[in-house]
Design a protein around this ligand. Sequence first.
Ligand code: GUN
Length: 291
Amino acid sequence: MTATLIDGKAFAARLRERLAKEVAAMKARDITPGLAVVLVGEDPASQVYVRSKGKQTREIGMNSFEHRLPADTPETALLELVASLNADPAVNGILVQLPLPAHMDEAAVINAIDPDKDVDGFHILNVGRLATGQKAMVPCTPLGCLMLLRDQLGSLSGKRAVVIGRSNIVGKPMAQLLLRDSATVTIAHSRTTDLPDLCRQADIVIAAVGRAHFVKGDWLKPGATVIDVGINRTEDGLVGDVDFAAASQVAGAITPVPGGVGPMTIACLLANTLTATARSNGLPDPEGLTP
Ligand code: GUN
């Protein structure tokens, strides 16, 4: 092992401590940030995430509102709930856990959320704001990756970054954030040819493909910074999208799985909730939580 380990778990814990202090300061002004999480159906992974979000929200002193609806809930009922959360002044952030049951139109539900309460950053207005360099709510996982990269590298200006994966939740917003920090960005995906050669040119590799051990050690430029967004359940337990054992012999710095990007996602959800609360109360954005 030659690479520096990027400890997302410790970074996220420090971030939550800082957020707790800011929440306490807001409460002293009679403002208590509130996050509403909506879960439709019984997807086991989603249930774990939602429980964990509620717990961490309360731990830093924010209000947590959980809404659980049965899998056969009509879309109109979900849209009515979203409208009531939009109108509720105690709710500063709204997250509808994905995936939704197949009978629902995910885009219609996401776009029904008040963009200023859209702490996931998935609303079409926030996607557009991020892409055009305006003040946006930024998706949590890419925001967490950006914080780790800036902490590790300082300036990203002029660095070559390859993002593997083009999802709306991670790949595309990650590329926008890197571009905003003046990196030279390539988005690679399942149809990309010569991916190993492309990766070997990169100072920064973000792996977000959802395939266990997809990125090999000999795909990396020596000294590269590797951010592994993958969470794959295998016979060997939880593993990332990067072959960690081999990659850590070549990379300069790398996130482990678990304990890398994963803990950053919920910490950034809380950060976004704080940012949304500040904005809705006419306060300045908290320092360093937005790109
Ligand atoms: N499902 C998996 N990841 C996410 C996420 O970041 N936000 C929401 N709302 N649902 C998810």
